[in-house]
Design a protein around this ligand. Sequence first.
Ligand code: SF4
Ligand code: SF3
Length: 538
Amino acid sequence: MFCYQCQETAGCKGCTMSGVCGKKPDVAAMQDLLVYVTKGISAVTTALRQEGKQVSAEINHLITLNLFTTITNANFDKENIEAIIRATLIEKDVLLAQIADPSGLPKAAKWNGSGNWEEKAATVGVLSTENEDIRSLRELITYGLKGLSAYSKHANVLLKDDEEVDAFLQRALAATLDDNLSVEELIALTMETGKHGVSGMALLDKANTEAYGNPEITKVNIGVGTNRGILVSGHDLRDLEMLLEQTQGTGVDVYTHSEMLPAHYYPAFKKYPNFIGNYGNAWWKQKEEFESFNGPILMTTNCIVPPKDSYKDRLYTTGAAGYPGCTHISGEIGEQKDFSVIIEHAKRCATPTEIETGELIGGFAHAQVLALADQVVDAVKSGAIKKFVVMAGCDGRAKSREYYTEFAKALPKDAVILTAGCAKYKYNKLPLGDINGIPRVLDAGQCNDSYSLAVIALKLKEVFGLDDINDLPIAYNIAWYEQKAVIVLLALLYLGVKNIHLGPTLPAFLSPNVAKVLVENFGIAGISTVEEDLKFFF
Ligand code: SF4
Ligand code: SF3
């Protein structure tokens, strides 16, 4: 196997024996093959569009779900991945037959599933591209598209689609098979990926806010109640909504975990009396926290840590998530999922063991911050707030990430952290206080809500009458782990944000030449020590 798509890749180079995430070589091989057939079907849909033919929303959804399935920590279930490959090949053959002239299509578009799949997978993985710069750009684009598909899927389940984003996603995916594209053309495609990343996040923002209202300042309980409970993790708000509906009157409470915390900020979820609070921290602490939660856990997306036997029977998956031996709750877009088995399971379990008490405050997405704009602008003008530091992104288990806790603690008292994603757990429980009533950690929401931070920055640029977003008193010190952070990064680059620091390590998939392009054109840098970086930013 060879996989280097996430920040925790072995030795900062690549996982070759087994994934640090727990992904085994046989699963890695089927994920490689799934990416290959998804690129193949994307070449077919792109050719169909070029011939002026329509591609159905169902096919767009299949492609985004396929890519989402291969995101770090989403799906470890080999049989499930094989079934998805088979289904994709069937759909692809139907589409292929509609192409007037298939002669220009790549091999991936024509592969019909014949031969041994393990052997085939070994020839189509990351290392099948020999030139390291081309490989680096192809993977950078593919990972960005994986992040984009995750966000598209969350919008799709709320019945929102953007055909332009889907058409681009498929065209760009197909382009990663094209041996005629130069490094320059692939760099241009990388930037275009960022552009569509902005559109994809805007679509999801619209889907979420139209369905559930605009996030608003909210205090979230981090203790526990006295009833039995279900813990929901991942990013899918529609799944949470269905579970909340189905648990009404059952005596079973619902808690969020990790990236589901921001659900509490939406007005629509506040009407459920059994929606108690947030339990635990970021994804990587789940082995201890799922154990002590005592009740069933629903993983709606990544990040799954291979479960301990002690709670494996309590772990359920749905959507793109999967783990062998754990029950998967099915349900297509627009369908009601049936969570009764989880609710019944909860009734047989002990109540959650309390691991913390107190409250977290969040809900600072764009509408809420813009509602406070006068207060924020005054604080900046009076000098009470000297700088905002965007510390959005992912958390992870690497010890080097303690840097972010130390960085948050060491920030000057007139600096405010803007955050989104599970990166927040590195500092959202510190007593950082407030500035004239404005908390020093403003949590916009999930990683996709980094879009909100961009909207806020663009609004501030307008209010202060600046020509360049980089003239704002905003620094970017972003933590990344998986591929959703890649699309967030590409989106920020597309919006013209410069001097982003990215850590705790730079992606292994950036070749020295590609890294040089990012450094020279965008001032991207890794992190160093807290002291050095504070000197740089302040
Ligand atoms: Fe390794 Fe990350 Fe790939 Fe898992 S997702 S195999 S940890 S690079
Ligand atoms: Fe976290 Fe997995 Fe990325 Fe959505 S839950 S930010 S790592």
